[in-house]
Design a protein around this ligand. Sequence first.
Ligand SMILES: [Ca+2]
Length: 448
Amino acid sequence: MFLLDVLQTILLFKAQLLSQFAPSGRGPTGGAFDCSVDDIKSLLPDGSKLLYASHYDADDRFTPPLEHNSGAFRISSYTLPRSACVFQANLTLPGETEHSVGVVLPDDWNGRFLTAGNGGFSGSVSWGSIIDASWYGFAAVSTNTGHESSGAEWAYHNQEALANWGYRAMHDAVVNGKSVTEQYYGKKIAYSYYRGCSAGGKQGLKEVEMFPYDFDGVIAGAPAWWTTHLQLWNMIVGIWNSPADSPHHLSNEHIDLLANEVIRQCDPQDGVEDGIVMNPDACIFRPEALLCVEDVTDLSNCLNTEQIKTVYKLHNDWMEANDTFIFPHLTLSSEWKWSGLVSSPASLGTDYVKWMLQLGEDWSWEDWDPELIKLSDELNPGNATTDDYDLSPFYNKGGKLLHYHGWSDWSIAAGSSIYFYDQVVNALRPKGINPGDFYRFYLIPGMG
Ligand SMILES: [Ca+2]
């Protein structure tokens, strides 16, 4: 550590010295380096490949090149809110692998550093998030987590790629992003933050658990933290509602009918009729209000008894043999988007089994077997699950964690965040740590 500190001091001194002779390039006032390809290349670790670096004025458009961002759900064009240096580079990771990082360095830097998370199976730089951050003056970094793909095929027989996705790429992006930022501006970073939602929420918690010194503050939204169970749950709720031609299947019309009935019954129970259910777990809901009566002819406006059983299954925790709790239930008021999850077994689950549990492309949801839960726990692909609940190292170094989850979340049951919070409380209270001193958890009514 001492040697690293000395090295950093020398580099910073060099940067300050150089700044006196800096060319009038495009970069921060007084900085030692400008946004030229040569300068940015010199800031990167050995073995890196700088793909491009350009300076943009405020209101200029930046379009990430498709060839380096093919895993994005769609290629967008962004307006730079402030003048900034933008670059993308491939950095090396163990096992002769690499990941791609995008970096935005605003000219008018606020002295802080922000890392942005990803979504889904997370295979592309989150350009929108880091460009947004530059509006506030943050220097910001995002990684593609080691692959360019929104699916999970890359994980098949590839433990290095799984480790990159699970935690290695993110940590590497933070370490190198910080180093580049401090060299570029010739100043130490005052504070380092993280922001991410869904898969990004999980990445934030993983950092808190594995690399507590990376961040001073972390915002983890709706974290997909329980990878080993969540991905299977994403699929099993669709299996419970399959096949589509069975009497127990809830069609999209029936789901809409149910969603409206939940709001009709639950909204007023919190005392304010505003279309929002303040506390879904406090609502007493009776789906039987939707039961088809005898001789009804229009079956699209009511539910049969088999469909009511499916509703019960979806509104209750996933339990397996011997009362084993696997995953929490979908909350009341999450029904508005159930069609996106339960219409058929979701690829978030089937892709997970095929490529991350390594069962291959021939596996289909009809092959479901509860033994897969055990396999998932044993493999814990990429060590991505964040179940090391003892957050005391992060607390002890002064870190702050802000965690939120929408009560009406239809893709990651809100109860999984409640469960996580409770486990942290169980881990920290006996150590004399009051979680409220550094960890705030918010459930947000109406947020999906
Ligand atoms: Ca209400």
